[in-house]
Design a binder for this molecule. Structure first.
Ligand code: PRP
Length: 190
């Protein structure tokens, strides 16, 4: 049974293989950078990956298995920033279980669009005084940016405003379980 009807997918932007290859590269880069940054401290204070639910669930699961250092993992949910919502209305819906004070934090996001959500999450976590704070996004929809956010690791930089679904990304909660990223067809949008 297919996850999406053929006419709902306009085109595949990143195949499963392309994503897996890129995630592996990101994992190697992150491994190397934390090794350099932390040295032996890594054993006493392993970095913490903060996966942003729900979109980054799948990316986080793959990425942490491509990072070859000790790590812990936690999750956070913030409210959606839709067209009808002011950026100031973003708030934490599900907070972290662990404290990030004095920890090396890696925020893991599926996509950065306007940047408001990630900017809010960075500000929220910085206020908790982590030892360091980095960001890793799979997709960077750069043409849509409204606020500047420092990005340490980017999977794919997108030059167009595609309606992306798959690999965790949804439309009306569907398509998250596609193992590739695609542009949704206007026919599928209600
Ligand atoms: C999506 C995505 C990012 C955010 C990016 O989340 O996962 O978190 O939007 O948008 P921005 O850069 O314009 O702020 P969404 O709120 O749709 O929730 P989800 O993670 O549950 O899909």
């Amino acid at each position: 049974m297919p996850i999406a009807k053929p006419d709902e997918i306009d085109k595949v932007l990143y195949t499963h293989e392309q994503i897996q290859d890129r995630v592996k590269e990101l994992g190697q880069q992150i491994t190397s950078d934390y090794h350099k940054l932390l040295g032996n401290e890594i054993w006493d204070r392993p970095p913490i990956a903060v996966g942003m639910l729900r979109g980054a669930l799948i990316f986080t699961a793959d990425l942490i298995r491509a990072i070859e250092i000790p790590m812990t993992i936690d999750f956070m949910t913030v409210s959606s920033y839709g067209n009808q919502t002011e950026p100031g209305a973003i708030k934490v819906l599900k907070d972290l279980t662990e404290s990030v004070a004095h920890r090396h934090v890696l925020i893991v996001e599926d996509i950065i669009d306007t940047g408001h959500q990630l900017a809010y999450v960075r500000k929220t976590l910085l206020a908790r005084e982590p030892a360091s704070l980095k960001t890793c996004v799979l997709l960077d929809k750069a043409p849509r940016r409204e606020v500047s956010v420092p990005l340490d690791y980017v999977g794919f930089k997108m030059d167009k405003d595609y309606f992306v679904v798959g690999y965790g990304l949804d439309y009306a909660e569907r398509y998250r379980n596609l193992n590739y990223v695609a542009n949704l067809s206007p026919k599928a949008i209600k």
